[in-house]
Design a protein around this ligand. Structure first.
Ligand code: ATP
Ligand code: LTN
Length: 337
């Protein structure tokens, strides 16, 4: 089985990214041949700073390895190192409809928040589809916010196949059972996010322990005292239950039973400690890996080579099926003696 996922080198990565992203990457890599892509070409679709992009790309590589991706087993690469990805996106844009792209929630939300809406922000999901489809991936581990984009990439694969002949694998999304959508600790009706959430309600993977404890201590809870998972009635508490479950592996039922009679104070304190215990070793590994930039670049170079070799045949088969004339090599055009 082929596994593919992508993650943006923008913003400091947070507990939501860990839960919906990193954690799933590390576990799914055991199930097959996995590719994890640092999607720097997606990051230029909103305001960005070139120097920060350069730094964040290596930061993210270090974080992928620190959270358990094994470079011996999986391929980690940078999207812009593989020209087939944006090339494939252009080809797929012929089967992507303007209407469907207009209905993308992420586009609508991000467009609403800015004065300058780039064309790239609009076509973002087509590039994401090319990312996956060029690698013939079967499985795409992502958080809940990517459901609509996964549906779109499946539609594009099917439409391409129907129009030009069987070429692309139609992939499936995989969403974690718990923690597919971690909410902001201060505003639990919004997803935890460095772009859309509150700073105090967003736990960063590199936050020091004191900061993590403080953020969890001041997390908003709901009226009443019971620790019960009920996202409608109790969004704040339910989110904390999910976070504790992600950090410890305990089930919701176990957590509810344990804290039922104790009230919110001890519960929040324990969630804080569990998150510190989860993130502390990650932060330490990250610091070590990030300090060795030549090694990170070496791993990314190996990844890029593997990624190019994997994507190229799919791209060529798309090109061929779509009717583009291939250039003839010099040797081929020479008249035969
Ligand atoms: P952000 O909203 O913070 O800008 P993002 O979703 O735009 O993040 P990435 O950093 O590329 O972009 O996301 C990496 C992974 O993290 C994706 O699979 C995404 O679904 C997941 N993810 C992002 N936010 C959350 C969240 N609050 N809860 C669970 N998963 C999340
Ligand atoms: N859109 C995704 C990032 C992303 C991705 C991908 C995820 C880009 N290409 C391919 C899975 C597969 C996001 O914002 N999280």
């Amino acid at each position: 089985m082929r596994i593919f996922s992508g993650i943006q080198p923008t913003g400091a990565k947070h507990l939501g990214n860990y839960s919906g992203g990193f954690r799933q990457y590390a576990s799914t890599q055991e199930e097959g041949e996995a590719f994890f892509c640092i999607v720097d070409l997606h990051s230029i679709t909103v305001d960005f700073d070139p120097e920060t992009l350069r730094r964040s790309t290596l930061d993210l590589a270090a974080m992928l390895f620190a959270t358990g991706i094994d470079p011996q087993r999986s391929t980690v690469f940078v999207q812009s190192h593989v020209p087939a990805n944006p090339y494939g996106a252009w080809l797929l844009s012929s089967v992507a409809s303007y209407g469907q792209l207009q209905r993308m929630t992420q586009f609508k939300e991000k467009a609403e928040r800015r004065e300058f809406v780039s064309a790239g922000l609009f076509t973002y999901p087509v590039l994401m589809a090319a990312d996956v489809l060029l690698y013939n991936a079967d499985l795409v581990p992502v958080g809940d916010d990517q459901r609509q984009h996964i549906e779109l990439m499946r539609d594009l694969a099917q439409r391409f196949n129907a129009r030009f002949g069987e070429t692309l694998v139609v992939p499936e999304g995989r969403f974690p059972a718990e923690g597919a959508r971690i909410m902001d600790l201060q505003e639990p009706q919004m997803k935890m996010s460095t772009t859309g959430g509150t700073p105090q309600g967003t736990v960063l993977l590199l936050d020091p322990p004191e900061v993590i404890r403080k953020k969890l201590k001041s997390a908003v809870t709901d009226s009443g005292r019971e620790v019960r998972h009920d996202p409608e009635e109790k969004p704040g508490v339910s989110n904390l239950i999910e976070i504790l479950s992600v950090a410890t592996g305990d089930s919701f039922a176990d957590i509810e039973a344990r804290y039922d009679a104790q009230g919110y104070g001890p519960f929040k304190k324990d969630v804080g400690e569990a998150v510190v215990a989860l993130l502390d070793p990650i932060r330490q590994r990250y610091d070590e890996l990030r300090a060795d930039e030549p090694e990170l670049r070496r791993l990314l170079a190996i990844g890029a080579e593997k990624a190019r070799a994997t994507a190229q045949p799919t791209l060529e088969s798309m090109i061929e099926k779509m009717g583009f004339v291939q250039p003839q090599g010099v040797v081929d055009t020479a008249p035969s003696p």
